[in-house]
Design a protein around this ligand. Structure first.
Ligand code: GAR
Length: 204
């Protein structure tokens, strides 16, 4: 059984896609141990509670500085000790020490075709604003492993989505979620849980 922790910051539609895929059997062999948000008001936490999954808030604002937050976040993750950490719309940088401790065991969903529209400042709706501003005709989503850079880790899967005449950032965001994100992220988790994607040895 693959034990996962899902980290979220907002509405949690990607978390919902994971929950639905577990319920419907599209994801097998997987248990969500906890959902962690940096934002106490994130609706994603409600989605977790509705599924009787422990929902925790770890906000940097509750700590004197980023180093203290990083330490507490790391402590919590070590205590949970998941097999896989899934960043599903998590807008806080993962502490480098956590990347080391969970090397090759953290995955992220990004709402564009990396290496386009990614890196510092490219998150959430901004990604789609930039894609429309540039005038690309195809965008999409990417699932990738997390390393110490911003959106630079090894790509696991990608799916293209067409931009349509008259798209607003909100309309495009929704289409990318429906056609790409909610498909790719559950699929990647199921592939990992069932050995089609291999993870490195777990560190002690
Ligand atoms: C998703 O579109 C996800 O790809 C994006 O935030 C949104 C969260 O939505 N993540 C990033 O931009 C990370 N760089 P959700 O809370 O409804 O899943």
């Amino acid at each position: 059984m693959l034990k996962i922790v899902v980290c979220v910051s907002g509405g949690g539609t990607n978390l919902q896609a994971i929950l639905d895929a577990i319920d419907s059997g599209k994801i097998t062999n997987t248990e969500i141990m906890a959902v962690i948000s940096n934002n106490a008001k994130a609706y994603a936490l409600e989605r977790a509670r509705n599924h009787s999954i422990p929902a925790l808030c770890m906000s940097p604002k509750r700590y004197p500085d980023r180093a203290a937050f990083n330490e507490a976040f790391m402590e919590k993750m070590k205590e949970l000790n998941p097999d896989l950490i899934v960043l599903a719309g998590f807008l806080v940088a993962i502490p480098p020490a956590m990347v080391d401790a969970f090397e090759g065991r953290i995955i992220n969903i990004h709402p564009a075709l990396i290496p386009s529209f990614c890196g510092v400042g490219y998150y959430g709706l901004h990604v789609h604003e930039k894609a429309l501003e540039y005038g690309v005709k195809v965008t999409g989503a990417t699932v990738h492993f997390v390393d110490k850079g911003m959106d630079t880790g090894r790509i696991i899967s990608q799916k293209a989505v067409y931009v349509q005449e008259g798209d607003t950032p909100e309309v495009l965001q929704r289409r990318v979620m429906e056609e790409a994100e909610w498909v790719l992220l559950p699929q990647a988790i199921d592939d990992i849980a069932n050995g089609r994607i291999q993870l490195p040895e777990k560190k002690a």
